[in-house]
Design a protein around this ligand. Sequence first.
Ligand code: HEC
Ligand code: HEC
Length: 372
Amino acid sequence: MTTTLRNKNIGVRRKISRFLSWNLLFVSTKNTRIFFTCITFLSLTSCSRQDSSLPGGTTPFRFEQPSGWPQPEFNFQANPLTVEGVELGRRLFYDGQLSKDGNFPCASCHQQFAAFATFDHNLSHGVENQFTTRNAPGMFNLAWHKEFHWDGGINHLEVQPLAPITALNEMGETMPSVISKISADSSYRMQFKKAFGNEAVTTANMMKALSQFMAAMVSANSKYDKVQRGQASFTTKEQLGYEIFKSKCASCHTEPLFTDLSYRNNGLSLDASLDDKGRMRITNLSSDSLKFKVPSLRNIMLTFPYMHDGRFNSPLQVLDHYSGGINKSATLDPLLQNGIPLTLAEKFNLMDFFYTLTDSTFIKDERFAAPR
Ligand code: HEC
Ligand code: HEC
C-alpha cells in the first residue's frame, strides 16, 4: 500500500521533472529563463511581461541580497517580487484549502519556528494519516537554489508547489479543485487582482505568488553573519568550532549558503524500508546512487531531525556518523573515504559554532508568519 503511494508520488515528481527537461531541450536562446517560464505556463499567461516592469499598481518587494553572496538563481525578471505577490503567496502557503481535507497547508510541514522544516519529525504527516517518505528540509535562501528536493527532482521554484499539492501522501489535491475553492472567495480574487492585475485565480499566478513568497525568505542575520559583517565576535569555543568546520566540512557545506548545492553520498547506509537511492531516481545513473543534495547548515539547531530521512535526532549523532559511522559504498564521496576524525572536544566546539548559525530574526519575521 505505502509502496504504491510512494511510487505514485515519485511518479508525479518524475512527470513534472520530465516535462521540464523536455522543455529545456528546446531552450537555447539568450533569454533562456524568460522563454522557459513562458513555455511552462504556455496556456495560462502571455509573455507580455518579459520586461521587468511590475504589474500595475504593485509595490516592489525589497529583496535583500546580502553583501558578498553570489547572484541568486531566481528569475526576478520573469516573476518580479512585489509586496502584493509575496503577501498572496503567504496567504496561500498558510491556507489549508490547498489540501484535500483542509488540514494540511504547506505550513503544516514547513513551520516557521523550525526554519520551515517539520519540527521534531523524521517524516511529515500528510492527508489521510499518511507520511512523507523524506524529511522536510528547512526553507530559506531558496532564491539561490537551482534545483529542489533532496534529489533535485524539481528544477524550477515556480512549479515546485504542484508536487506537494498533488502528492497523495502530502496534500492530496488537484489543481482544478484548489482553484475552484480559492476563486469562490472574493477577498482572494481581489488579492490576485492586486498582485497580477487580473482577478482570475490561475495555476500560473498561484505558483508565481507562492514562489515569490519562498524567494523572499532570506536568512542572513545569524550571529555568524554578524561576525562576518564585523558587528559581533565569536567566543573562543565558537571560533575553534568555525576553524574545524572550515577545514573538515566546508568543502561540501560551503559558505555563505553552507551548501555547495551538489549531490553527494555522505556515507549513510541504505534504509531498506524506504529504499531511497536519491539522485539516481532522477538521472537513472548508478553513479548517482545514494547521492542527496547537500543541505544547508544554516539554522541547523532548529531543523532536527537530520538527513534526508531524518534518521539522526541530534547534531552529536550526526558528528558521530562522520567520525565513526561512514558506510562505504561505490559512490561514497572521496572526501569521506576515511571518515572525518573528530575528538569529543572538537564535536562540542562544532556544536558551539552551530548555535551561531541560528537566525532568530528570520524565524520571527512577521512577513513570513501566518497571516492574522
Ligand atoms: C505533508 C508535508 C508537506 C507539505 C504539506 C508540503 N511539503 Fe514541502 N516538503 C516536504 C518534504 C518531505 C520535502 C522533501 C521532499 C523531497 O526531497 O523529496 C519538501 C520539500 C520542499 C521544498 C524543497 C526545498 C529544498 O531545499 O529543496 C520546497 C520549496 C517546498 N517543500 C515547498 C512547499 C510548498 C510551497 C508547499 C505547499 C504548496 C509544501 N512544500 C507542502 C513536506 C511537505
Ligand atoms: C562530502 C561532502 C560532505 C562533507 C565533507 C560533510 N557533509 Fe554534511 N552532509 C552532506 C550530505 C550529502 C548530506 C545529506 C545526506 C543525506 O541526507 O542523505 C549532509 C548532511 C549533513 C547534516 C544534516 C543536515 C540536515 O538538515 O539534515 C549535518 C548536520 C551535516 N551534514 C554536518 C556536517 C559537518 C559538521 C561536517 C564536517 C564535520 C560535514 N557535514 C561534512 C555532505 C557532506
